[in-house]
Ligand binder design. Sequence first.
Ligand SMILES: [Zn+2]
Length: 132
Amino acid sequence: MLNGGCFCGAIRYETAGTPFDQTNCHCSICRRTTGAPFVAWFSVPRSEFRLTRGTPMRFRSTPKGMRSFCPRRGTQLTFEHDDALDEIDVTTCSLDDPERLPPEDHTRTSSKLGWVKLSDGFPEYREARYEG
Ligand SMILES: [Zn+2]
């Protein structure tokens, strides 16, 4: 079981799903919606993700992308895509223990900031992992 939530504790979640696609996303939308140079994510089956406290605020970050965050303190929590209804992406650093799910690659590096120098040796994908 993985447990996490926002900075203030108003939102809590748990998931028993097996995580996959752990990544550092370098897209400009992750950057602008968090204020961080890139964002670590993992995915789980949506049916295995459960909010156990509170109701996040949701917003469309693209026509098909929906993000959620804590309405009290702003921690970004999830990303869902209309074309991938069976999965949900969760911000790795909203986990109680982010050390459990280290990223395994970098995605959207075509948008990566020039002053972010990658040296971990993980695969780098210029766009999404599955579209080359
Ligand atoms: Zn992104």
